[in-house]
Design a protein around this ligand. Structure first.
Ligand code: B12
Length: 395
């Protein structure tokens, strides 16, 4: 979304040279009319079901303005063309399923990929796992563990196959809190190389989870969140907590408490974004109808939608108040003393230097993103060296 302006600029550049432009992806699928000003053809939805038709139409000089891809089984999905990527990427990525049954008001994934889980065949997943050249991999499913027995079995089978490969690759994935009840799955994940999971915690306040529709976390109960983090730690896996700052009912006090919650909890690293209206979400539609999206000079203003800039009019704060408050909170959570303490805490809790390394580098990454151009970047390598001596007793 924040990068779509650049995509439109690139489209314009080639269009001027007479090159036909076909554009696709989640943003333009939610904003097809906008995209049609910059491309000859806009593909709405997933490409797999429609790409061959598009190519044929192109060859016959019959390209249409819009195409709709449907949500089809991933059973015959082609593998990634790994040969097209630069080998300079530090992390590989692998998708094993699509879809999320949740209906959270701030997220566009269920609108785009559907609420039903769709799986790739195990054989294809394992082949891709082996073929990815990097030693570190993102498993980019909307929810790797999913819901229900069938998905749980599938997750375990994937991990068992990864273990058989004996490749010593490490990986990280997005999942939900319900996984914490399945010790067998978490242990298999660790053994197959998982060192960190992202949990969408969003808020530690039940009323805010109700308002957002975050059902899984409500089922667990905010008072049990620590038990969830502990289940991952006991297996050797770090927890990246994703939090939303500036939910509709947030006040200065609740925002400060959210940071205290992170600092005092056993969560290892944090993704702390501002509530940002993603096109295609209930939050976007509501704020738009209330004329509360003030960064609305599109497409230029999409560049502001990084989750690190305020884009909306808030009830409890002026823009300046909210922005200043966020910088104070980011300063507190990414204070170098906090990051060092978190690293040691992760080591103690997970007994895994590699899990602690993933968590530390994630904290450093978000810290550097938040203060980009405003503060000097932390030198990750230097800090990492300093801290690895602490890791030795746990190695
Ligand atoms: C993996 C991932 C990441 C990884 C990326 C790692 C990597 N190495 O690529 C990481 C963790 C780094 C990441 C970071 C962020 N992410 Co992210 N991420 C995803 C995730 C889970 C999967 C994306 C993916 O690769 N899917 C697999 C491919 C195959 O699917 P696809 O891209 O949708 O492509 C299909 C169609 O869109 C279409 N298509 C796509 N392009 C084109 C082009 C053409 C020409 C055609 C015809 C078709 C077409 O066809 C494809 C096949 O069907 C999505 C959620 C999701 N389900 O989409 C969020 C998502 C893309 N991320 C999102 C966000 C907000 C972010 C962050 C801003 C989060 C943050 N606060 O920091 C950052 C931004 C990072 C950046 N610098 O850009 C949002 C984007 C919202 C939006 N409307 O644009 C999503 C949708 C999640 C959400 N909750 O809504 N992310």
């Amino acid at each position: 979304m924040h990068s779509v302006k650049r995509a439109y600029d690139i489209a314009n550049y080639y269009r001027k040279k007479g090159v036909p432009i076909i554009i696709g992806g989640i943003h333009v699928s939610m904003m097809p009319e906008e995209a049609s000003h910059y491309a000859d053809t806009v593909v709405i939805g997933e490409a797999e079901s429609i790409w061959q038709t598009i190519i044929k139409d192109f060859e016959n000089n019959e390209l249409k303005q819009f195409y709709h891809g449907k949500l089809q089984s991933l059973y015959d999905s082609p593998p990634q063309r790994l040969d097209l990527y630069s080998n300079k990427y530090g992390l590989g990525s692998l998708q094993t399923s699509r879809g999320c049954p949740m209906n959270c008001d701030f997220c566009s994934v269920h609108e785009f990929n559907g609420r039903k889980h769709r799986y790739r065949p195990l054989k294809d997943i394992v082949e891709e796992f082996k073929a990815i050249p990097q030693e570190r991999i993102y498993i980019i499913d909307d929810d790797f563990y999913g819901y229900g027995k069938k998905h749980a079995e599938r997750t375990k089978n994937i991990c068992k196959e990864f273990i058989k490969c004996n490749l010593n690759k490490q990986w990280y994935t997005f999942t939900s809190m319900n996984l914490a009840n399945d010790k067998e799955a978490i242990d298999l994940m660790y053994k197959s190389g998982c060192r960190m999971v992202l949990l969408g915690i969003e808020s530690e306040i039940s009323e805010q989870l109700i308002a957002s529709g975050k059902q899984t976390n409500l089922k667990v109960g905010t008072e049990n969140f620590e038990i969830v983090y502990k289940s991952f730690h006991e297996a050797g896996i770090a927890v990246l907590g994703s939090f939303i700052y500036g939910l509709e009912t947030d006040t200065e006090e609740s925002i400060r408490r959210r940071t205290d919650y992170f600092i005092n909890s056993s969560i290892d690293c944090i993704q702390p974004g501002m509530l940002t209206p993603l096109p295609g979400t209930k939050v976007f539609n509501k704020l738009k109808s209330e004329k509360r999206i003030f960064k609305n000079n599109f497409p230029n203003d999409w560049e502001q939608f990084t989750f690190l800039n305020n884009t909306i009019i808030r009830d409890n704060f002026t823009n300046n108040e909210f922005t200043e408050l966020m910088y104070e909170e980011w300063e507190r959570m990414f204070d170098i003393k906090v990051l060092k303490r978190k690293y040691i805490q992760t080591l103690k809790n997970t007994k895994s230097p590699s899990a602690a390394g993933w968590a530390l580098s994630t904290n450093m990454h978000y810290r550097n993103a938040v203060f980009e151009g405003k503060k000097e970047n932390y030198n990750f390598q230097k800090l990492f060296k300093e801290l690895t001596s602490i890791a030795l007793p746990y190695a």
